[in-house]
Design a protein around this ligand. Structure first.
Ligand SMILES: [Zn+2]
Length: 264
């Protein structure tokens, strides 16, 4: 049993809601094995993604509620769809026991048919942020410049933390989806397709397209712990979110302007 599974079991026993960026209650696995072909695992079930939206602005945020609602449904829409991962090394799937046997390994093609339930939860205190949460911090300004332009959002690579400037989120509603998708492992799209792409570098109001390959990359990140996720209550491992957000906000290169009094 991993430490996370242990935490999950304890949380369940205490009747508490599972906390974390990625949680689920046992994914279903079906093994399909046609003669002469690579065995295929079909993975189905609900996975809940929780993103804590941390209001760190000094100004009021009158539109935050509607921005959160729109971003929540945009993220869920973009994550909809089946993807296939070829040649994944996994624990051997035991069809009799209906679970993975961690003592042996095998190669599989894995077909993901996941229903992602996306929740953006507004928080106003650091104590509401767990180590394994995803976070989107809403700030006044980001001083860091890309190609001489002020940055509207900045994310610290895979797992986050992600940040967004409130006024820019109001102007470009898809920005926070863009930042969260950096958290899920996507980079920028350059060249001609970037104008329509959600992951184009320059913010716009209409660029919102996500390719099948991008969906594949995000699924791969979200399903990294497939074996544990198939085995009852699951919460993602820690990302040291609170600590990493503190470091990110305090890094002078990023030039964040935010309400320091709210960050405690
Ligand atoms: Zn970006």
């Amino acid at each position: 049993m991993t430490l996370n599974q242990l935490f999950a079991k304890v949380a369940l026993a205490q009747g508490k809601k599972l906390s974390g960026g990625i949680t689920c209650n046992g994914l279903r696995i079906q093994l399909r094995h046609a003669p002469g072909k690579m065995p295929e695992l079909l993975v189905t079930g609900d996975v809940t993604l929780t993103i804590k939206v941390f209001d760190l602005t000094t100004t009021g945020v009158p539109k935050l509620h509607s921005l959160i609602a729109a971003t929540q449904s945009n993220i869920a829409n973009k994550l909809r769809g089946e993807t296939m991962e070829y040649d994944r090394y996994l624990s051997n799937y035991d069809t009799k026991a209906n679970k993975f046997n961690k003592n042996t390994q095998a190669l599989y093609n894995v077909r993901y048919r996941i229903n992602y339930i996306v929740k953006l939860e507004k928080i106003s205190r650091l104590s509401q942020l767990s180590g394994n949460d995803f976070v989107l911090a809403v700030v006044d300004r980001i001083g860091f410049k890309t190609d001489n332009l002020n940055t509207s959002g900045l994310t610290d690579g895979k797992g986050g933390p992600a940040t967004v400037v409130y006024n820019d989120w109001c102007k470009y509603p898809n920005i926070s989806t863009h930042e969260f998708f950096h958290t899920l492992g996507l980079g920028h799209i350059k060249g001609t397709s970037s104008k329509k792409s959600l992951m184009g570098e320059v913010a716009g109001t209409h660029n919102n397209a996500v390719s099948l390959n991008e969906l594949f990359i995000m699924n791969k990140y979200l399903m990294a712990n497939l074996v544990d996720m198939s085995n009852g209550q699951y919460a993602s491992p820690t990302l040291n979110t609170a600590e990493n957000l503190r470091k990110f906000l305090n890094n002078p290169t990023n030039g964040f302007k935010y309400n320091k009094a709210k960050f405690r």
